[in-house]
Structures are given as C-alpha cells and as structure tokens.
Design a protein around this ligand. Structure first.
Ligand SMILES: Nc1nc2c(c(=O)[nH]1)N[C@H]1C(S)=C(S)[C@@H](COP(=O)(O)O)O[C@H]1N2
Ligand SMILES: [Mo]
Length: 300
C-alpha cells in the first residue's frame, strides 16, 4: 500500500519533471531562495519549493494532471490562503513570511518513504548533538512518558515496560540530517508512533503532537526543556518511531535514553531525545528552534 503510494509519487514526480524542462523554472527558484528566511533550509525542501514556485506559472488545468487529487486540493487551499489568483500569482510569490514552510507542507506526502540503508553503511560513532549539555542519567530509572490531549480527556503515564511490552518492535536504518550541515546513517529500534496513536487516540480535531523533553539541560547543566512538534500525519508515518534502541542495544543517555523520536523525513532537530511528554493539540504548538529563528516544517 505504502509502496504503491511511493511508486505513484515517483510517477507524478517524473511527469512533473517532464513538464518542467523549460527554463522559466530558474526564475522562481532564485526568487524563492532570495526571499527565504534561511536559504540553507530551502536546499532541503528545494525540490518541493521549486515545484511549488513553478506551479503557479502553469495553466490551472495542469494541476490535475501532475499532482494527486490530495496534493491539488492542498495547493488550492494554500493558494486561497495566501490570496494568489491568475496573473497576480507570479508577482506575489514569496511575499508570505512562511512561504517556504507552506509550500513544503502543501506538497508533502505523508506516505513518502525515505531511503533505508544496509548495516555496512552505518556511520561509525554517531555524534551526540545535545545543544546544551547531556543530561545526568539519573532521570532514566524513574522515567515515564506522559500523554495529554487524549480523546478520553485523561492523562496517561506509561512506563518503558508498558510501552515495550504492549507494542511491536520495529527496526530501521535511516539517515539523520542535522541542519548544522552533517548527517549520519544510524540503526534504530522501537515502537511505531502510529501504534501508540491507535492505542491512545488524540482528542477530536487534534492535528499536532507536541513533544517535550523535561530533562533537557543547557550548557551550564540547568533545566532547559526542549520541545518540538510534528503534525499527526508525520507521527503516523510508518518510518516514525519512538525509538528505544540504537545498534540493537537500549539507547544510551547521549542519544536520548530511554526513548526518543526518530522521524527520518524531518531534520534532526525534530528528532527529540529523552522524550518525556506528548500533548496532542488542535493548534500548531511552538518549537524550541523555531522560536530561536529556524524553520518549523523541517522536512529533509
Ligand atoms: N532533548 C533534545 N533532543 C534533541 C536535541 C537536543 O538538544 N535536546 N538536539 C537535536 C538535534 S539538533 C539533532 S541533529 C539530533 C541529534 O541526535 P544525536 O545526538 O542522537 O546524534 O537530536 C535532536 N534532539
Ligand atoms: Mo541538529
């Protein structure tokens, strides 16, 4: 099912490329890059942004030929949101502050499968990229995962034992991409976020999972909770794990023991370590790095 979808996306991608042979594609691309708040992030979503930028220069009926109905609908609503119609489309490109995030999100397919790798391709010595300091491992023994924003209105606290006995274990070898300019292939194991969502459904209307690490510390060792959010489509993605293992062993403190998010279709900064709380929300929550000037969509 997911494979078919990926194949279908591939076909669409091909036909889109075929239509994009003409040179005008370069114009919106440069414009998008100039107007981006962070050119280097656009590099990651470049293909989507280029497709999105070129998109508005095509006659309307092309929409239904190169995109899936879902993508076309999301683009239509995006056009409506930023007030783009007919001849004004080109001149208005990029005027919206969150333009790159919006285009990336509109073109995002929740079923796109990211590449996986062989064990021989694993990057040795995965970097510990705690932005502040690595927390004192004392927290691990009493760790629980707290869930809020659930359909039954109750708060749930789950132990590592609850989580690892109740849900199936999945492994994947994927690439972790850091916005600072490095990436690494790493081997993870854990439960699927989708399985947790099925067992403890979010409240009606919820679209986001806000995740927090209450044990995160700054470079002086003082408490500095880390928080990021992902949309529930990304949370339900089959490659999105609540990882408990790395290299076949329980996670070490430096990589987020006892549980971290692995969402390989998102930048490393979304892959929160030492996860302690998940809250489902209707409105998009704030992100630690987004509040400090980075993007919030953060696709790779
Ligand atoms: N709690 C917490 N999670 C975090 C971070 C952090 O500073 N604190 N850094 C993020 C960033 S920027 C990256 S690139 C990845 C790195 O994962 P690693 O340290 O396992 O290589 O963790 C992410 N998760
Ligand atoms: Mo990162």
């Amino acid at each position: 099912m997911a494979d078919d979808k990926a194949k279908e996306q591939g076909e669409h991608h091909k036909s889109r490329l075929a239509e994009e042979e003409p040179s005008p594609i370069l114009v919106p691309r440069r414009r998008l890059q100039m107007q981006s708040r962070r050119d280097f992030l656009l590099y990651g979503v470049g293909a989507a942004a280029v497709a999105g930028g070129f998109w508005w220069l095509l006659p309307g009926d092309t929409h239904s030929r190169v995109l899936t109905p879902g993508q076309a609908a999301r683009l239509d609503s995006l056009e409506a949101r930023v007030g783009l119609t007919g001849g004004r489309k080109e001149t208005l490109l990029g005027r919206t502050l969150t333009f790159d995030d919006d285009v990336a999100e509109a073109l995002y397919s929740p079923n796109r499968i990211v590449p996986t790798y062989a064990k021989s391709q694993i990057t040795p010595n995965l970097r510990n990229n705690y932005g502040g300091g690595t927390p004192d491992p004392d927290y691990i023994d009493d760790w629980t995962l707290t869930l809020d924003g659930l359909a039954d209105g109750k708060q749930r606290k789950l132990s590592l034992h609850d989580l690892s006995t109740r849900f199936g274990h999945h492994e994947e070898i994927t690439r972790l991409v850091c916005v600072e300019g490095w990436s690494a292939i790493a081997w993870w194991g854990g439960l699927r976020f989708a399985d947790l969502l099925r067992a403890f459904p979010p409240m009606p209307g919820a679209r986001w999972a806000n995740m927090e690490s209450a044990v995160n510390v700054d470079s002086d060792g003082n408490s500095d909770p880390y928080y990021v959010s992902i949309d529930l489509g990304t949370a339900r993605h089959p490659q999105t794990l609540l990882a408990t293992h790395q290299e076949g062993k329980p996670l070490g403190v430096e990589h987020g023991a006892p549980m971290r998010l692995i969402a390989p279709m998102k930048l490393g900064l979304k892959n929160i370590k030492a996860l302690t709380h998940i809250t489902y929300t209707v409105k998009e929550p704030a992100d630690y790095w987004n509040e400090r000037g980075y993007s919030k969509y953060d696709g790779v």
